[in-house]
Design a protein around this ligand. Sequence first.
Ligand code: ACO
Length: 272
Amino acid sequence: MKSLVTFEITDRIAWVRFNRPEKRNAMSPALNRRMLEVLDELEFREDAGVVVLTGEGSAWSAGMDLQEYFRENEARGLGAVRQAQREAYGWWRRLRWYQKPTIAMVNGWCFGGGYAPLFGCDLAYAAEDAKFGLSEINWGILPGGGATKVARELLSFRRAMYHALTGETIDGKRAADWGLVNEAVPAAQLRERVTAVAKVLLEKNPVALKATKDAVRRVAEMTFDNAEDYLVRAQEAANSFDNEGRKEGIRQFIDEKSYKPGLGAYRKKPRK
Ligand code: ACO
């Protein structure tokens, strides 16, 4: 049986693919289970420093599978519905707090439930002609599974409301303009652009990357004072995992004068 999610690792970048192109990478329960396995497998591997999530074929993901996720589970009853939700929400949550930095490489269609992993990824790059939509309203439901929350987190109130109420699609360029993704580039340059961003991340201290990505997400729901306190403690906790990294960074700047932290990363020890 073909794998619904595939991955390969090249130069420390793990390229993970939704692999149901014939169903536009709609998220079925089987795909959701497989995705969690793949994320598990990659999370602490030494040979991968950044995870990119992309789609095979013309879609990134056409959202939840209306047949296998909704109709079939609703026919089985509430227990099946909840189970399918747990599986889907489970890997999206996992992605939000993933150990390694993650990049969504949106190559094509991105609908509804697809907004959850889109937000789960730390950064997002789209093809200019990719299409994004909260299509739920078009078939008579609200954007659930976190999609409404994602729209409110990433878009202005007016844009989120318009996007959700009309179900109109926007292209990659507009998605970048609205802040749904970091940047949109011509499809032919998408992989190259994402590779370049991933390489920047690969130069950084991995403990600092994890602490930073969590901090950016966590402080969003804190008061200023709580955030200040959290950040002190988060840095102290990070020190206990990597006490030498930042000392080395300071040493190369202050003593050796071999780099400027304002302009790039310090030299990490070569990997064994
Ligand atoms: N759920 C189940 N099957 C799907 C889904 C989906 N979300 N999206 C596509 N498919 C299936 C189609 O039924 C079709 O199956 P078939 O070949 O067995 O008939 C196959 O994928 C190809 O789909 P087409 O519609 O033929 O592909 P096309 O490229 O013309 O259109 C598009 C792509 C625009 C993505 C279209 O498939 C579509 O509108 N899909 C639904 C998008 C959507 O609204 N998703 C739900 C969001 S809401 C939520 O996630 C909670």
